[in-house]
Design a protein around this ligand. Structure first.
Ligand SMILES: [Zn+2]
Length: 409
């Protein structure tokens, strides 16, 4: 398979291991608001990756975390007068229902940061011992000057890294830090926030160490694919690399770093802070899961695009014909003795997915295969085996394509 690696900036060829499971870690949600289309796009892409790898015969161990130790969750819980654990629980349940509605398969492991604190403390202790981290007034920071390759994944100079980090929550003026870019591994607890006991006093872990700890615990010191939205490349993934490699002494931490592009609305990036979100739950009131899934996968996964409801509506119309083409009761009874074949198109479909998971191309081929089958079935050709292949491919794309129910015709 050919896959684009954000770390090298190149599309690399990957021989999928046959003697061990493929490991994939994808950064999960902070459970304080319902799931929006931008999240859905990311998890759909990795769901399709999972399905495709399985189709190729790989056993995939997929870990996706829940970031339930994070400022936005605590702030929302305070604002709404809720216990943060109750809020997280409620939101995780919604997330699970929303993603299931989109036919996104559950990950093999779904750990919560709040239940993994011990492992995080161990990792931080190892970094302090090795000199990569320092303690100051109950806080522990990662010393970036100890890592000459810090931020290599972002391919930015120091000033750009600092500017980007500051936009994404870094406090460059923290007087306890030796370098403004040093990042928090452990922070002393605010009286209002939940805290855990640690060798440095009560407090809580920083966000970056949460993911590294869970990835290592569930998938091992080296993983095949580490994924997430491209807004996580810096600082989140750069920090993950910096803090885990000195402990495991294995490089690279992830064989492939795979990042999805952001989804916008009317040309502006969809984000909680801007409030311009389209929630999956609402979108599914107006559209079928198949149409939404098709729409979101019709853009190459690294591209950015603006969500447009009309785009989903057009797909809905097209799906009517695709469902009909795959419906065993549609068409004239087969008259000839030779089966209708779609072998060349089927090869092209799989080639598209093999080429950096090009779902956009795969969907176009899928549609044209369906048109051909529709036509052939109307003419009385034997399309049974072609339909079977299409059903398998629909499974890779996560499309249910349930036959039209008699009441809806
Ligand atoms: Zn993460």
């Amino acid at each position: 398979m050919r896959l684009y690696n954000s770390f090298s900036g190149q599309t690399e060829t990957w021989s999928i291991p046959s003697d061990r499971p493929v490991t994939m870690y994808v950064c999960g949600v902070t459970p304080y608001d319902t799931t929006h289309i931008g999240h859905a796009r990311t998890y759909l892409v990795f769901d399709t990756m999972l399905r495709y790898l399985r189709w190729l015969g790989a056993e995939v161990q997929y870990c996706q975390n829940v970031t339930d130790v994070d400022d936005p969750l605590f702030e929302r819980a305070r604002r709404d007068g809720l216990n943060w654990r109750d809020l997280a629980e409620q939101q995780v349940e919604r997330y699970t229902l929303d993603t299931a509605a989109l036919n996104i398969l559950p990950p093999t492991y779904f750990p919560r940061a709040s239940e993994e604190i011990t492992g995080m403390i161990t990792l931080i202790e190892q970094l302090v011992e090795a000199g990569y981290a320092y303690v100051n007034e109950g806080h522990v920071y990662f010393r970036i000057t100890f890592d000459p390759d810090f931020g290599a994944i972002a391919r930015m100079g120091y000033d750009d890294m600092l500017r980007t980090a500051n936009q994404r929550g870094n406090n460059p003026d923290d007087p306890r830090k030796q370098d403004p870019l040093d990042f928090v591994l452990w922070q002393r607890g605010d009286p209002d926030d939940p805290t855990w006991e640690s060798p440095w006093g009560p407090g809580r872990p920083g966000w970056h160490i949460e993911c590294s700890t869970m990835a290592m615990r569930y998938l091992g010191p080296q993983i095949d694919i580490h994924g997430g939205g491209n807004d996580l490349i810096f600082p989140h993934h750069a920090c993950e690399i910096a803090q885990i490699e000195p402990v495991t002494r294995q490089r690279p931490f992830a064989r492939f770093w795979v990042h999805t592009g952001m989804v916008g609305l009317d040309g502006i990036k969809m984000s909680k802070s801007l409030g311009n979100l389209v929630f999956i739950r609402d979108a599914l009131q107006n559209h079928s899961a198949d149409a939404l899934r098709w729409y979101l996968l019709s853009f190459p996964y690294r591209s950015e695009f603006s969500y447009q409801q009309e785009g989903v509506e057009q797909i809905e119309a097209m799906l009517v014909q695709i469902r009909e083409a795959l419906d065993p009761t549609f068409g004239k009874p087969a008259s000839g003795s030779t089966a209708y074949t779609i072998d060349r198109a089927a090869d092209a479909f799989l080639d598209a997915l093999d080429n950096d998971l090009n779902t956009s191309m795969a969907l176009r081929i899928f549609q044209s295969m369906s048109n051909d089958i529709h036509h052939a079935a109307s003419e009385g050709a034997d399309v049974q085996s072609a339909r079977q292949t299409m059903r398998q491919f629909a499974g890779i794309l996560g499309l249910r394509l349930a036959p039209p129910s008699p009441s809806s015709t």
